[in-house]
Design a protein around this ligand. Sequence first.
Ligand code: PFF
Length: 445
Amino acid sequence: MSGASRGEFSSSFGFIMAAAGSAIGLGNIWGFPTQTAQNGGAAFVILYLIMAFLVGYPILLAEFTIGRHSQSNPVGAYKSIKGGSRFVPVGFLGLFTVGLILSFYSIIAGTMVAYFISPFLSLVGANDAAAWVISQGVGANMLFASLFFFLTILIVAAGVKNGIEKWSSRLMPTLLLILVLLVIYVLTLDGAMEGLKVYLLPDFSKVLSAGLFTSALGQAFFSLSLGVGSMLVLASYTSKKENLVRLGRLVTLSDVGIAFLAGLLIIPAMYAASASGTQIFDEAGNLISGPNLIFQVLPALFNSMGSIGVALSIVFFFLMIIAALTSTISMLEVPVAYAVDNRNVARSKASIAIGVFFWAVSMTIALNFDLLFNLVVTMTTQYIQPLLGLFICIFVGWVMSRNTLIEELKQGNPEIENSFFMKIWPLFVRYVSPILILIILIQAF
Ligand code: PFF
């Protein structure tokens, strides 16, 4: 299918917002601070930064290059690039995995919607409803995950320019603004400074544990939306005039930057909550983390603050919804792009059909939450995403010709051939990133 009928971003700003929107999500504002809180504060931050730049950034650029070169989705890309036919199953695995991620992600994103509307229900006196929506029971999970699917389908069906670009460009600057305001406010609270210390002063005794490397790598993969094809597809809609290396750097820096800012919000907020009487350590003396952090500690903090707390809570959960939505659209876009590019299905039909399919998967997870939720999260994010990243490294590092890569990267960046980047990036894609992924995967098994 030709570039024009596939859709194209109208500006680099639009593309950056969409790619940063994909990267920045619950993984940054929820996953990163909780992992940091659990794993020795600043020590984890340092390890994560290393993983994001040494493994994440090279793979991100590999995906960008395949995507823009092929002007296609993961399956179409492997089909069209010389030597790629054996990788087609990898492309399909990506399409399916990103759908599974969408399925569990929408359940958490739905809970954010529930926490967002709960105060409004209380305000009109519907207290039972206000409590029910945040109960995280099966019914509430199904309802709000469905709502999230509906929004995602609506935006993806509207297309690249009028859907993804338009909404990402509106939502991402809003997200940044809200986040900064919240950070400033939280840092003025009693107890916040203690949290800031935990966050910024490393406890190096924790860095050396092997599990920490796995967590940091998994976090980098998930946070940068790598392996499953989101970044590849988004790059396939960028113009040949864009400098991919620069765009990749901007996307990585914004992702890492927002994660860092989110840490400045969440960890001091936990200690502020503690100062106002909320329990932030579990029985074993560890900081509460995982879903409980955001769904127990923060609401407790907001509650202790009276009416300003209600306002803050609404703003905070709105922020989470924005972050999640710009990520879910980039997930659904991957299989939709395949249906549009390779199966000639109209975009609106593809969005609905594929959206409904993964909605059904999501409902199955919600109905069997205890059995399936953690299983699907671990399988997709800790194993399959890095595995797919490994295949991308093999394909770009060992199968695609260096000439093809240079010719693609030269567009929008004519000096690249003799640049420092071109000296070290191939080394990373060939050796450093895949070896690190392999070591960590083997150890995880
Ligand atoms: N990067 C997103 C986050 O940090 O929340 C999650 C994500 C988006 C994962 C898109 C995978 C993906 F394809």
